[in-house]
Write a protein that binds this ligand. Structure first.
Ligand code: SAH
Ligand code: SF4
Length: 468
């Protein structure tokens, strides 16, 4: 098993398959374009892969629809991070059975992180016979070939190769958002946190070529995107596989220097690799927003060690403090897991105290979910679900207080925000540099522009404001 860069010859072969599929579809649908319905679950990395898959479907001649019941091709790009996400996907696949019964030409495809797991692949094979194509995270570039084979051969396709991961370039993504673009800088993960399935399903960490990323960033700016979000499971270790350290800081600086009216965000930062130098660079850059997503997972050192996180509470607080000193209006957000195996209530209280100490502006709280093949799934003292729910509620309530206090301190101040659209209440809404949602009255022409908004009424999860 090895990481491999997919060659141009192989990619050209796949682009040929796109053209062959297009020809076949023209015969099958002589009077209209065939319709595809695609849905991505999970992280930004998955969303970016989903956009490449949509780009390939475009090349095959598919148009897109929002209603699965009207589609000729349905694809679910899945997430394996928690059991809840997986069960939701199985529920949704179950609902497709009736569509297949009323339209036997419908092609149903399931791909992504879930199917990279052997037990899930088996379950799809035996319990969901109407799923036509299953392909794993290391077979995305061969998607056109699978569609071609599905159309020409009467057999189900299971393409789930074992690999440390692949990198391929040159596929034109179909972006879901016209203002904000995800720009992957690395794939996979080498950290093996004991609870996490990501390294098992997404493969080893592999960084994209520096020059390819810069070119992509320039292209996105030229295409008019107003926000570029650099994404990777651990952006701070970008380039470590080339033997470089702190290359992410250099990348950030170089993208910051690209001419144009746009902002830069990035995620996720791993506290063990988040250097003070990176914070200094953030402070110096003009376009990098004042927000860092820095998942701490637990405030207790014993639990952090068992999670294999390679930092302790003290180091985390040091980084957070430094960030706040250097960039006083920075927002720090985080992920946290409650009910990790063996976590006592007292240890959980260390997590509660950490969120009060760091004052996160928002927090994603997850109940620990055992994942097949991870170390934590086999650890003793698994915490009962009622206890996990209790801790979840307690931590969420504490965070609501923290966020409310933090937002209150924004009252009367003016923030620049990218205006993204109009919400259900009819207000324009955007996000401040700190990635906090702000809503206000204003005309449609402001959508897609940067505006200064004064905070008049800070609520727990959103700010209300006035256009300046
Ligand atoms: N690479 C990122 C996170 C990827 S997964 C990082 O290291 O921060 C996103 C979040 O899901 C994690 O931060 C963690 O809080 C949560 N998560 C991952 N595995 C989980 C599991 N087995 N149970 C519950 N939450 C989990
Ligand atoms: Fe999972 Fe840890 Fe890698 Fe994040 S750093 S993807 S939590 S193994």
């Amino acid at each position: 098993m090895a990481t491999s860069v997919i060659s141009k010859v192989e990619l050209d072969k796949q682009f040929d398959f796109c053209l062959k599929v297009k020809e076949l579809l023209k015969k099958e649908y002589p009077d209209r374009a065939p319709k595809a319905f695609t849905h991505t679950y999970g992280c930004q990395g998955n969303v970016a892969e989903g956009e490449r898959i949509d780009g390939m479907l475009n090349q095959m001649g598919y148009e897109f629809c929002d209603d699965a019941s009207k589609a000729d091709f349905i694809l679910f790009n899945t997430c394996a991070v928690r059991e809840h996400a997986e069960e939701r996907v199985f529920g949704n696949i179950g609902m497709l059975k009736k569509f297949k019964e009323s339209n036997p030409n419908l092609i149903i495809c399931v791909c992504g992180c879930m199917v990279q797991q052997e037990h899930i692949k088996k379950r799809l094979k035996s319990s969901f016979p109407y799923v036509d194509i299953v392909f794993g995270t290391h077979a995305i570039h061969t998607f056109p070939e699978h569609v071609y084979n599905c159309l020409t051969k009467e057999e189900r396709i299971f393409a789930v190769p074992e690999s440390d991961g692949v990198i391929f370039e040159g596929v034109e993504s179909k972006h879901t958002n016209s203002l904000k673009a995800f720009l992957p800088i690395s794939y996979g993960c080498n950290n093996f946190c004991t609870y996490c399935v990501v390294p098992l399903v997404k493969g080893r960490e592999r960084s994209r070529r520096y020059e390819d990323i810069i070119l992509d960033a320039k292209r996105l700016v030229a295409e008019g995107f107003k926000e570029i979000m650099l994404i990777g499971q651990n952006v701070n270790s970008y380039g470590n596989d080339f033997g470089e350290t702190n290359l992410f800081s250099k990348l950030l600086k170089e993208i910051d220097e690209i001419e144009g009216d746009f902002i830069i965000r990035f995620m996720t930062s791993h506290p063990k690799d988040c250097s003070f130098e990176l914070i200094d660079v953030m402070a110096d850059c003009k376009k990098v927003e004042h927000h860092i997503h820095l998942p701490f997972q637990s405030g207790n050192d014993k639990v952090l060690k068992e999670m294999n996180r390679h930092y302790d509470r003290k180091r985390y607080i040091e980084v957070a403090k430094y960030a706040k000193e250097k960039i006083p209006d920075i927002a720090i957000t985080s992920d946290v897991i409650v009910g990790f195996p063996g976590e006592t209530y007292e240890e959980f209280l260390d997590t509660v105290s950490l969120i009060r100490e760091v004052e996160f502006s928002s927090l994603y709280v997850f109940m620990y979910s055992p994942r097949v093949g991870t170390k934590a799934a086999d650890m003793p003292d698994q915490i009962p679900s009622e206890e996990k729910s209790k801790r979840f509620n307690e931590l969420s309530a504490a965070q609501a207080e923290v966020a409310e206090g933090r937002n209150l301190s924004m009252k009367g101040k003016v923030y620049k925000a990218l205006i993204e659209g109009r919400n259900k209440a009819g207000k324009l809404n955007g996000r401040t540099s700190q990635n906090i949602m702000i809503e206000f009255d204003g005309p449609d022409e402001l959508i897609g522009t940067f505006q200064n908004i004064k905070v008049t009424e800070p609520l727990t999860w959103i700010l209300k404001g006035e256009l300046q």
